[in-house]
Ligand binder design. Structure first.
Ligand code: UD1
Ligand code: CA
Length: 454
């Protein structure tokens, strides 16, 4: 069966109080609409049509690279039924159509599978039962429990408002049936809108069975209208991610103080302390320990490495058995071999660092190729930028760079050589020798301390 997904996303989202269209607000690093699109893709929809609002150019631009999406503009928001009608010309005639909302981000493919299955040969709607369904459309059933229609809150009488089963808005039926019903929907109601929900009574009138399914969790069908609701769903989502990792055996110090904005893959016995943020694609090998307050973005860390408190790692790879931080910064292109130590206030950018090399305090290593067993002293910096061009610094195996050295690139420090503390090195150095480049120390025996005048 061919499935097409229609995503309603023309809503303004005034209550967000934001210049960013509501569906572009991120939840766990991915826009609300992006999440819905991902779910539609997971369902293997052969077409995904997004109904966007007037002035929604920003939304289209945000998805400019997603060539699998079709766009239907709804200039005026005349209701959910009208919105679906705008999409229908782009929908395959022989498709089953599933309607989703761009501002309901946590719906899971499993729950939608069940809905699409139930809709077969008729109409399926996803509903949920809560203590108070105020504001939502209510599911009206007959004495035998068969669905008769949906009544919107604003059109409902007191008895109908007492119904606890509400319409999530997710619905599935064939394109042919939907277009037939929608052509008959009128806007004679409290809101003067073309309600998608009116198709339920039309289906019943046609003698079709209306099947209902429930999501596995109520949060799957909760929408975002305000920043508060967005923050609440963010926490629910993060808790789900945390629970999944805990079940896999990851030791999270506190699942409530932990954020994944992307994907985090962990080996065995990984331990993560509080307040860490993982962005993009992060892979942690067996027994990796992440200290508190670390941020890792698009990073791979191999087994047994420790990342200590307050470290920031971005677009970097870290080998096995390394010690990073506290307060270390790995910037894009930092590639550390095994057993490397990067200590506090050390910044590494676009540099390879060989096995067993160390830079333990206050250093900048940029655009460098550092060999193995190198020691880079405190306060040492590579001067890789002359204001116009960036050049590389090469530090060969076994080099010892004394404290507070300045290495002016392009420059090569040859194998097993020593650089005296405080040296400014702008020429290549020979292997196995000590190079010192600083003014000689002098003491002045005739010197007298200054005296106070007058
Ligand atoms: C709708 C349902 C209601 C259900 C509720 C769940 C109708 C008539 N009512 O309520 O039964 O309980 O969702 O949240 O369908 N949208 C458009 N164009 C429009 C109108 C809406 O794209 O002209 C989009 C919105 O951006 C949103 C979704 O459709 O993503 C739902 O719209 P919203 O106004 O939030 O829902 P209601 O119509 O109040
Ligand atoms: Ca709503």
């Amino acid at each position: 069966m061919k499935l097409n997904v229609v995503v309603l996303a023309a809503g303004q989202g005034k209550r967000m109080h934001s210049d960013l269209p509501k569906v572009l607000h991120p939840l766990a690093g991915r826009s609300l609409l992006g999440r819905v699109v991902d779910t539609a893709r997971a369902l293997e929809a052969s077409k995904i049509v997004i109904v966007y609002g007037h002035g929604g150019e920003q939304v289209r631009t945000a998805f400019a690279n997603d060539t699998d999406l079709a766009w239907a503009e709804q200039e005026e928001q005349l209701g959910t039924g009208h919105a679906v009608m705008q999409a229908l010309p782009l929908v395959d005639k022989d498709a089953e159509v599933l309607v989703l909302y761009g501002d309901v981000p946590l719906i899971r493919a499993e729950s939608l599978h069940a809905l699409v299955k139930a809709s077969h040969g008729g109409l399926g709607i996803m509903t949920a039962v809560v203590a108070d369904a105020s504001g939502y459309g209510r599911i009206v059933r007959d004495g035998r429990g068969r669905v008769l229609r949906i009544v919107e809150h604003k059109d409902a009488n007191e008895a109908e408002r007492a119904i606890r089963e509400w319409n999530t808005g997710f619905l599935a039926s064939s394109a042919a049936r939907l277009s037939g019903w929608l052509s008959r929907v009128k806007n004679e109601n409290a809101q003067k809108e073309y309600y998608l929900t009116d198709v339920i009574a039309l289906a019943v009138a046609d003698g079709l069975a209306v099947k209902t399914t429930h999501p596995a969790h109520v949060w799957e069908v909760e929408g975002v209208n305000s920043r508060r609701q967005l923050a609440e769903l963010e926490r629910i989502h993060q808790r789900e991610v945390a629970n999944g990792l805990l079940e896999q055996g990851v030791a999270l110090a506190d699942p409530a103080r932990f954020d994944v904005r992307g994907t985090l893959a962990c080996g065995r016995d990984v331990a993560i302390d509080v307040n860490c943020v993982f962005e993009g694609t992060v892979r942690l090998g067996d027994r990796v320990k992440i200290g508190p307050n670390c941020v890792l973005k698009n990073v791979t860390v191999a087994a047994d490495t420790q990342v200590n408190a307050y470290s920031l790692l971005e677009e970097a790879t870290v080998g096995a058995n390394c010690r990073i931080g506290p307060y270390a910064r790995l910037r894009p292109g930092a590639a550390l071999a095994d057993e490397v130590h990067i200590g506090n206030f050390v910044e590494v950018k676009n540099s390879r660092i060989g096995k067993g090399s160390k830079s333990n305090h206050l250093a900048y290593v940029g655009d460098s190729d550092v060999g193995s067993k190198v020691n880079i002293g405190a306060g040492t910096i590579t001067c890789n930028y002359d204001g116009v061009n960036k050049s590389r610094t090469v530090i060969e195996d076994g080099v010892f760079v004394g404290s507070n050295a300045t290495l002016v690139a392009p420059v090569t420090i040859a194998k097993d050589s020593y650089i005296g503390a405080g040296s400014t090195i702008s020429k290549d150095t020979p292997p196995g020798q000590l190079t010192v480049a600083r003014s000689k120390q002098v003491s002045i025996p005739s010197w007298k301390p200054p005296k106070k005048k007058g």
